[in-house]
Design a protein around this ligand. Sequence first.
Ligand SMILES: [Fe+2]
Ligand SMILES: [Fe+2]
Length: 162
Amino acid sequence: MPVAIPALMEILNAIQADHREMRAIIKRLSVTTKRGASSREKLFLRLHEQLEAHATAEEEILYARLREIKSARELVLRSLEEHHVARLLLAELDALAKDDESWGAKLQVLQESVEHHMKEEETEVFRAARKSLDRDELKTRGEDFLRRRKELLSERKSARAA
Ligand SMILES: [Fe+2]
Ligand SMILES: [Fe+2]
């Protein structure tokens, strides 16, 4: 009997699991206060690293592929712009003192923007991917996505440790 490949290996499930994790981190971050600047700092670092690795792996493994499909092109371009905006906000949140009074407001804007983006991915982007890629490719790309994401995370961690 062939060994069943866990459903999690499919790229859309891997992306969704990642979204769940990021939603949870953002939620925890949203209740931190400027008095808790050091726990804010630690949680934010985690969010920053995970979001960056997630977005880059999505771009390289999923969006690069969907871009080839004419009907998905507009959606892909919009998603890439949304990644760009998230990166700008992350860079500003990174640079801003964690006890600055604007930090929480800026995080809220990131939260709304990232939530909108993830919902769009989970509906429109997933629909486009299911329509255009077969099950085997979804599985292969799932493995590629997880591998690439892991690689990016460890690159960042070792850059930080250096
Ligand atoms: Fe994304
Ligand atoms: Fe995503």
